[in-house]
Write a protein of this length. Structure first.
Length: 248
């Protein structure tokens, strides 16, 4: 496999593969219009095979397979992969995309599900959050987030219900659909980034303000944002029905 150049560093060597292998497992999800890519929808990741990608249902809405394409940065051909089939989970914010297999030599799928079991466990997330640029455009930019699992809870918002992991870092737009994995085993998948939550604001500063003959106290608060990941534990059997296990 040809090594990739990113920011002056070479990825793909055996020495680095354990830490950066997720770069060969993630993709950008696009809405397709004819033969062109119309707009960016979110992130996705290869799971078990080089032609099965997981993402969040809310990223694709009700779009059909013909409306979707997956771009894989590690694919030297540069073309987007056509999506042939979409399988949505009936209640969880989880979908499987089946693509063509032209990028097989460039993709290292997440091979297993390795569950996050403890609060405080160190985890990572990888995807393409949207980033603003000087020309006022918004483009997806690959970023690796690293933190820990803050808590486990039942997510019940926006019509979705599923077991979730709250992350110690935010999940900005575009990261949805991307992989969440344990840092002790970056080749295994634990969850899919699905949402962002505004937590209780905290007091940043207090100041006394003089307004004529009146004095009042001004308090400035900041919001804290935490990412939300769908916990794959309840969906393992469902995934196994759709995505074949890799040979031992």
């Amino acid at each position: 496999m040809r090594a990739l150049q990113r920011n002056g560093s070479t990825f793909g060597s055996n020495r680095h593969r354990r830490m950066i292998r997720p770069f060969y497992s993630v993709g950008l999800l696009y809405r397709r219009k004819g033969t062109s890519l119309a707009n960016f929808l979110g992130s996705c990741c290869a799971f078990r095979t080089t032609s099965h990608f997981l993402t969040a249902v809310h990223c694709i809405g009700m779009l059909e397979a013909d409306d979707l394409a997956v771009a894989v940065p590690a694919f030297s051909g540069g073309e987007a992969l056509a999506v042939r089939e979409v399988v949505r989970h009936p209640s969880g914010d989880l979908a499987v995309l089946v693509t063509d297999d032209r990028a097989a030599n460039a993709i290292h799928p997440f091979s297993n599900v390795d569950l996050i079991t403890d609060w405080g466990e160190e985890i990572g997330a990888l995807g393409f959050p949207e980033d603003s640029h000087p020309d006022n455009s918004v483009r997806p930019t690959v970023r690796l987030f690293r933190g820990f699992a803050q808590r486990f809870f039942k997510y019940d918002e926006s019509g979705w219900q599923y077991g979730a992991v709250e992350l110690s870092f935010g999940a900005p737009a575009g990261l949805s659909g991307g992989p969440v994995f344990p840092m002790r085993d970056v080749c295994s998948l634990s969850g899919i980034a699905t949402a962002n939550r505004d937590a209780t604001t905290y007091l940043a500063s207090v100041a006394e303000v003089q307004d004529g003959n009146s004095t009042y106290t001004e308090k400035i608060h900041h919001r804290i944002q935490y990412g939300i990941a769908l916990d794959l534990k309840p969906w393992i059997d469902w995934l196994t029905e759709i995505v074949p296990r890799r040979p031992a």
